[in-house]
Design a binder for this molecule. Sequence first.
Ligand code: ATP
Length: 728
Amino acid sequence: MANFLKRLELQGFKSFANKTVLEFPSRVTAIVGPNGSGKSNVIDALRWVLGEREAKHLRGDTIGNLIFAGTPKKSSAGFARVALYFDNSHKTFPFDSPEVMLIRKVDRSGVSQFFWHDEEVRLRDLLPILARARLGSRGLTMIGQGQSDIFVRSSAEDRRMMIEEILGLREFRLKKNQSERQLDSSRVNMEKVQAMLAELTPHLRFLRKQKGRFDKRSEIEEKLRALENTYFSFRHGSLITAIEKASVPISQLEKEKIEKEKEVLIFEKKLKEIDAKAYDVKSLNEIREKIRLLLAERATIDKSLARGEARLELAVSKSVAAAHSQKELLDFIQDISLEIKSLLNFENLEKIKTALSLRLENIEALLKKEKKSAGDELEKEVKDWRVKLEAVEKNVEALRDEEEKMLLGQQKMNQEFRAQIEALEGRKNNLRLVEEKLQREIFEKEKIGLKLEELNREWFSLGRDLAELKTIPVSGEMIDSPEAERKMMRLRGELAAIGEIDEGMVKEAEESESRYEFLSRELTDLHKATTDLRVLIKDLEERIHNDFKNAFKSINEEFNKYFRLMFGGGRAHLKLKKYSPPAEEKNNEIEGEVVEKKYAPTEAEKEEAEQKAGIEIDLTVPKKKISSLEMLSGGEKTLVSLAALFALISVSPPPFLVLDEVDAALDEENARRFADLIKEFSKKTQFVIVTHNRATMEAADILYGVTMGDDGVSKVLSLKLDTVSSNS
Ligand code: ATP
């Protein structure tokens, strides 16, 4: 059978200042040496590397005392290091390597570290692995100096722990304890979470309501927004289309207006041309002045002529009066004056001229008769005047012709001017009509523009962006505007009824909701965890209980056997401590008297009590009446403890046992018996024993001698016992 414990290295640990190696090639290793040489320090090193935390179990006040303190001849060490090598061919530890090294180190700052080989491991993770390998630093697997009676000395509960450890149940016990701690902390956490939920719920209810209102508000706002979009984009689109439509006639009319304006300009130009050609009033007036002057000249000539003629007449009349009666002349003059009167009514100059010529001839004819009597000079004078008169009249006539021509031309031009003005007016009228029409169209367009502006204002007043309005696709469907307006009004009313909701509150609601969800999830997880833990704890309890129960009977039998062997008879028996309910339930105090209460434990309580029950020792020693364990001697207590130890290892042998001078109190016979049992059990368990006892030494396969020199440093000498025996 391979040895589980292979090698121990100490460096700076207690009295082992130098690196010291102890190999364990055999089943039984005995460590021997004088008092105070450092044998127990080796056991302390084993205990320490296997996770012992308390200094008192390492025979020191502080962890610092574990480091070589220095002697007058040897300076102190800065750290202590212990390495323990195990055989791992049976995969006792969860590593692939056939050999496993566990190291513990501590320095003077108090930093303590564990390593699997080079990899650091936390004690919390290490302990379950050691427990699974059934390696403990206390109890029966590692009995320290002066603890040989430990089984008897311990409490019923500790005895149970010792048994459980040897049975390999410590792993489950640790797991159970850990699960119970987890369960406790889960319960505490659950209570905390429940309290937090209870605190959160009323406020959350309020926040949920606010959130509900906010959601409702958002929903309405969304509806309203969609409706506004449809309504405004439709109206906007319609107005834009209307403006575009209205622009068509306007641009046509504008073109038309330009045409008409051009026409008006053309006609105005023509009119100006005509106007420029219009008669020259100055020339006409000049002609008229000339005519007036000529007429005045004619009047003068006429007067001169009349005077000449009158003188001639007079001259003639004198001769005529001689030839003609007065009556004839008067009649003649009468006729002439009548004729002149009638001539005055004549307008026509020609007729006047003709009548005057005729009368002149009559007069000349009359006068001819007397001419000879009138002077030639007068006659010539009259004739000259007549020529002059004729010339003047000719001139007048010519001027009159010119005047008439001018007047005719003026008349014609006036007609043309009028016609042109009429035509111009017609064009202007056309232009005005076009302008009026254009104005009407522009006005119509402006009206639409105003409507659009109003719509934009409305949109803007809703807090919306104008640019956005243009980007909203226009609904193809016809919108019933009044209906849409009613709907919008209703939705706005609903919004007003809901009122404003603080967004911060909504954010708080969301945060609280997620916190609530988180806590609820946490609570569910904790519920599940506690349920799982309860199941696990129950399973572990059952496992511990069943394994314990199964082994307990055999242990008892073996215990009795080894007890009888060691005491040469008698009887020993381990029994489970009876159920004892908690004191406050058991007793009921009435008026200062303690009265026993009739208490009936439940089945579950009974079961729990049995699972936790401690171990009591019941024994009978031959020839003695023992009513209490305290009555036993020190050696007897050690014997009972050793009987229990051997009973346990016979039922469930641990991988190795470390016993520090447990045989010290035994008499020779019992020491021999002890040595025999060690020999016998070494087949199942490896032993490391510190002893001063020769019989025990003889049971060992290898002896290590520990010595301490002048320098206060422990040293180890290795001696194969065979060699020692053969040498001695
Ligand atoms: P016994 O047979 O009497 O039980 P022992 O061989 O078991 O003796 P230990 O108890 O192992 O002796 O060793 C005690 C010795 O170790 C003492 O001499 C003590 O001075 C020494 N020692 C303990 N701690 C330290 C330390 N930190 N530094 C140096 N030496 C130490």
